[in-house]
Write a protein that binds this ligand. Structure first.
Ligand code: NAD
Ligand code: LMR
Length: 340
């Protein structure tokens, strides 16, 4: 509730600062899904978006027709997989968001989605690399730790890879961290900024509470909070009881990240978001992608910020994270090599 209100206020504020000449085409692949629909709705409310292109294997035109009645300036077009649907959807896009893919059911890990989602993401990446090679690609489909390397391998194979323009969306982890810490501390989540680094699954999600407003959190309170941030996705999967995973909070998080990219593209300085990108931070340990705070600019990644000071407890979390992350990344790379 609070997050949604916050997002809406943000868009209202932007309405005064975004001019039509700065406007951008944004494509959503998987737009008729649980995330795709509310994400597309939030993008329709964003005055920085001039053209919304919605693709799904089924239902894209229906979602587009519905959203197109909302009285904001952007145009909305839906595309089916027939004829040149996907190509037309992608052409001219500045941002491509990919929530296409299956979600978890109780008892599954994100890695269990790999067999289905790897080929979905690979094929969409091929189409994006051909039709809009310069677009910023925002990967939401899980397992993010592997699907982002899949996109990078596809782009490399087509000679159009630009690591500054490929992002795994990990915004939901900091959104959750901010909310969960505020529940413990009885504070306003709007004032809680928690750095979360690593990847986007279980122990690869590493909250750095020592860098928050509540550096002194320790003992069982800290352990419980860290665990809740790492496994927050499971809470939703369990509560939805077979009907999927987080969709509404994810839509808010995805819309926030897209909005940050558009702000940076349109000249705003100092826009920082956490995101899973090709990163130098742990390359010496064989980990080529890592989520950390990233300053965004007109060309995507402007600067990858250092992880900063961490305590002994957090260093152990990072060490554990790196072991899994390395394997998850390699799995994505190997998949494209074996299934080009
Ligand atoms: P969903 O099943 O409700 O929607 C997925 C949509 O993708 C469907 O409409 C489906 O028709 C479409 N689709 C499937 N294959 C496609 C293809 N080849 N091309 C275009 N569209 C295709 O699922 P959801 O709840 O929206 O979740 C989508 C994905 O996002 C899942 O993999 C989920 O795990 C992931 N997710 C990621 C985060 C994150 O933080 N990054 C958060 C929540 C969910
Ligand atoms: C989340 O963090 O909510 C998503 O990655 C979906 C999931 O499978 O938990």
């Amino acid at each position: 509730m609070f997050a949604a209100r916050q997002t809406f206020n943000l868009f209202q504020k932007r309405a005064f600062s975004a001019s039509a000449s700065q406007a951008s085409k944004v494509a959503v692949l998987g737009a008729a899904g649980g995330i795709g629909q509310p994400l597309s709705l939030l993008l329709k409310l964003n005055p920085r978006v001039s053209e919304l292109a919605l693709y799904d294997i089924r239902g894209g035109p229906g979602v587009a027709a519905d959203l197109s009645h909302i009285n904001t300036n952007s145009t909305v077009t839906g595309y089916n997989p027939d004829a040149a649907g996907l190509k037309e959807c992608l052409e001219g896009s500045e941002i491509i968001l990919i929530p296409a893919g299956v979600p978890r059911k109780p008892g599954m890990t994100r890695d269990d989605l790999f067999n289905t989602n790897a080929s979905i993401v690979r094929d969409l990446a091929k189409a994006a690399a051909d039709a809009a090679p310069k677009a910023h690609v925002l990967v939401i489909a899980n397992p993010v730790n592997s699907t982002v390397p899949i996109v990078s391998e596809v782009y490399k194979s087509k000679g159009v890879y630009d690591p500054k323009r490929l992002f795994g969306v990990t915004t939901l982890d900091v959104v959750r961290a901010s909310r969960f810490i505020s529940e413990v501390q009885k504070t306003d989540p709007a004032n809680e900024k928690v750095t979360v680094v690593g990847g986007h699954s279980g122990v690869t999600i590493v909250p750095l509470l020592s860098q928050s407003n509540h550096a002194s959190i320790s003992g069982e309170t800290r352990d419980t909070l860290v665990n809740r941030i790492q496994f927050g996705g499971d809470e939703v999967v369990k509560a939805k009881d077979g009907a999927g995973s987080a969709t509404l909070s994810m839509a808010m998080a995805g819309a926030r990240f897209a909005e940050s990219l558009l702000r940076a593209a349109q000249g705003e300085k100092g826009v920082v978001e956490p995101t899973f990108v090709e990163s130098p931070l742990y390359k010496d340990q064989g980990v080529d992608f890592f989520a950390s705070k990233v300053e965004l600019g007109p060309n995507g990644v402007e600067k990858i910020l250092p992880v900063g000071e961490v305590n002994e407890y957090e260093q152990k979390l990072i060490d554990t994270c790196l072991v899994d992350l390395k394997k998850n990344i390699q799995k994505g790379v190997d998949f494209v090599k074996a299934n080009p």
